[in-house]
Design a binder for this molecule. Structure first.
Ligand code: ADP
Ligand code: ADP
Length: 228
């Protein structure tokens, strides 16, 4: 469980990006932050893996404040997928996916099996793709590799920041569909940022609407489409 208690983030230039946020994200939940550009979604996400530090309030993962977690363990235990997937261009797809397992000193054989399993999971045929370089893949395929890499060491939490928004509409829709199936299989806590309400309604278990750094509404997709 990820708990925000009166969490605020003020940047050094005085910008209040996150303003007194109170939230509970449950284990295994697909939780979506939505809202207009600049409302604080990305900042909120980055507080979870400490890419930004909380200015006020407390943020907990499993009853332990994030500032009390070892930062390396925290980063290893939280998968992170970005809009512009940054695969290492000189490494093969398999090497890119293996980064965290290598850091964790898994056995070679286990890493190899894990890579193939993950490629299957994200819909890329292992034989065909494991030895390719990122430049030999389409944007959508690279995004799939990004998801596989984030899942590699089986972290309980995955953060995703507009992971599909750089894709063309067709690949985007395909990835959303595949992701719906994937989320049932992997059963992880997924915290997802998007500015696209139809995407949020389609894939979220719960949605948090933000505006000016504040939480406006939290609810299920049904709550959001219900008319008053
Ligand atoms: P969103 O993800 O919803 O677009 P962000 O979290 O990126 O919103 O930004 C929230 C607010 O904080 C915006 O006003 C943005 O300009 C500002 N901001 C983001 N990052 C920084 C930073 N590193 N320093 C100063 N202000 C920032
Ligand atoms: P923190 O205070 O959490 O360490 P930083 O102030 O170091 O965050 O900023 C992180 C990154 O965000 C930097 O690379 C910075 O260039 C970028 N950034 C700075 N101002 C803004 C802004 N207004 N909107 C978006 N990004 C910004």
């Amino acid at each position: 469980m990820i708990t925000f208690k009166h969490v605020s983030k003020v940047y050094e230039d005085g910008t209040k990006a996150v303003d007194d946020v109170d939230l509970e994200i449950k284990d295994g939940e697909f939780f979506v932050f939505i809202g207009p550009s600049g409302c604080g979604k990305t900042t909120t996400l980055k507080l979870i893996n400490r890419l930004h530090e909380v200015t006020d309030g407390d943020l907990y993962i499993h009853d332990k404040r994030v500032i009390d977690h070892n930062i390396h363990e925290l980063r290893w235990n939280i998968g992170y997928v970005l809009q512009q997937i940054a695969l290492f261009p000189h490494m093969t797809i398999a090497e890119n996916i293996s980064i965290v397992p290598e850091l964790k000193a898994w056995k070679k054989e286990d890493i190899k099996n894990r890579v193939d399993e993950l490629l299957e999971l994200v819909g890329l045929e292992p034989e065909t793709y494991r030895n390719r370089k990122p430049s030999e893949l389409s944007g959508g395929q690279q995004q799939r590799v990004g998801v596989a890499r984030a899942l590699a060491a089986d972290p309980p939490i995955i953060l995703m920041d507009e992971p599909f928004s750089a894709l063309d509409p067709l690949s985007r829709e395909q990835l959303q569909e595949d992701f719906l199936r994937l989320k049932e299989k992997i059963k992880k806590t997924i915290v997802f940022v998007t500015h696209d309400m139809s995407e949020a309604l389609k894939i979220g278990d719960r949605i948090c609407l933000m505006k000016d750094g504040k939480v406006v509404q939290v609810g299920t997709p049904e709550d959001f489409i219900k008319r008053p």
